[in-house]
Design a binder for this molecule. Structure first.
Ligand code: ACO
Length: 321
């Protein structure tokens, strides 16, 4: 049994903050941000939440898949910014869209989360346990960003993307690779809410995201080409046969470097980071859904999705559209 993406959807907050707006908050400039990252604007949630964006993206994906919410067997939300510690965002999405038959849980693998979700969903579908899955990446990064830290606050944005996966005899996902290196967890972290256990009076850092940008950069440009090549090799597909490489939208320079290392033209690496910034687990499904909406994906096209993130984590998925 193969697994195919049969519908995509996305949602972005209404408010778009350009680089000049950020320059009113921290000592930065449009020129620095564009030159170092490629980002020009990002959407930031005012009214929207991780759940509400996930719901809108899911409704669109289900509509495009021609599937009803109650048909969904498995519902996975990849997020590091759920609206509640518990229940999971997936349970809240389940309730809102009416996917009452689904098993629902969240996955925390930061920017690689959507690829982890796809990996889990495919394993369940291939084994015959479930017939289909709704995999969502949804993030409100703006609530864990330190808005006084110019080295991180200019990078991230909010949004959600979703994909409906179904078992099929046709070719779909051809190979998947995921990996983790917990030994490097401190490179990119967010401690979250303080531990209020009366037995533990240890001083805690405020719960904002901190990052060693250069370490993450080096890790990304080294790891992403390797895992993309592993995914291609596993399926016996040459890089030249791939129509598009959809990479996690963190930094234009990282994407350019990966293109060079793979020996592939930059035109094969679509980007929306100039408009969305880094939306963590939502980045890949938003890009995929936008390309789908624009009619850029034809049946039979080979696509690679690949990303990296906190953990450290990484992944690549080769599929036939
Ligand atoms: N505006 C102006 N100056 C800035 C800004 C800013 N927003 N941010 C940093 N600077 C300054 C620094 O203070 C430094 O100044 P100094 O030389 O006087 O000390 C100078 O710019 C250079 O800083 P670097 O950190 O060396 O800049 P670099 O070229 O490495 O770019 C960046 C930084 C964009 C963060 C880059 O390292 C990067 O993209 N790293 C990868 C980050 C990433 O992808 N993170 C997402 C991971 S996904 C997830 O799981 C959440």
């Amino acid at each position: 049994m193969n697994t195919k993406i049969i519908g995509t959807g996305y949602d972005l907050p209404a408010f778009a903050a350009d680089n000049d707006y950020l320059a009113t908050l921290v000592d930065t400039s449009d020129e620095w941000i564009v030159e170092r990252t490629g980002i020009r604007t990002r959407h930031l949630a005012k009214e929207e939440t991780t759940t509400s964006m996930a719901v809108r993206a899911s409704v669109q994906a289900l509509e495009r898949a021609g599937m009803k919410a109650e048909e969904i067997d498995l519902l996975i939300v990849a997020t590091i910014t759920g609206d509640t510690e518990t229940p999971s965002t997936s349970c809240r999405v389940q309730a809102e869209i009416g996917a009452h038959r689904a098993v629902a849980f969240d996955v925390n693998a930061a920017c690689s989360g959507f690829l982890y979700g796809m990996h889990i969903a495919e394993a369940f579908i291939r084994s015959g346990i479930y017939r289909n899955a709704l995999v969502i990446g949804s993030e409100t990064m703006s609530k864990i960003i330190d808005w006084t830290d110019r080295s991180t606050c200019v990078l991230f944005g909010d949004g959600a993307g979703a994909a409906v996966l179904a078992g099929t005899e046709e070719p779909g996902i051809l190979s998947q690779i995921v990996g983790s290196n917990g030994g490097k967890w401190e490179v990119l972290e967010c401690q979250g809410r303080p531990n209020e256990n009366p037995l533990n009076k240890e001083e805690r850092k405020p719960g904002y995201l901190t990052m060693n940008g250069q370490e993450v950069f080096k890790f990304a440009v080294k790891t992403v080409p390797v895992c993309v090549e592993e995914a291609l090799e596993k399926a016996g597909v040459a890089a030249d046969e791939v129509k598009y490489f959809l990479l996690h939208q963190a930094n234009k320079r990282i994407i350019q470097s990966v293109a060079k290392r793979l020996g592939q033209p930059e035109e094969k690496f679509p980007m929306n980071l100039d408009q969305c910034g880094n939306t963590s687990a939502a980045s890949l499904p938003i890009l995929l859904a936008q390309m789908d909406e624009q009619g850029l994906l034809q049946r039979g096209d080979k696509l690679v999705l690949s990303g990296f993130g906190a953990g450290l984590t990484w992944g690549a998925c080769l599929l036939e559209w």
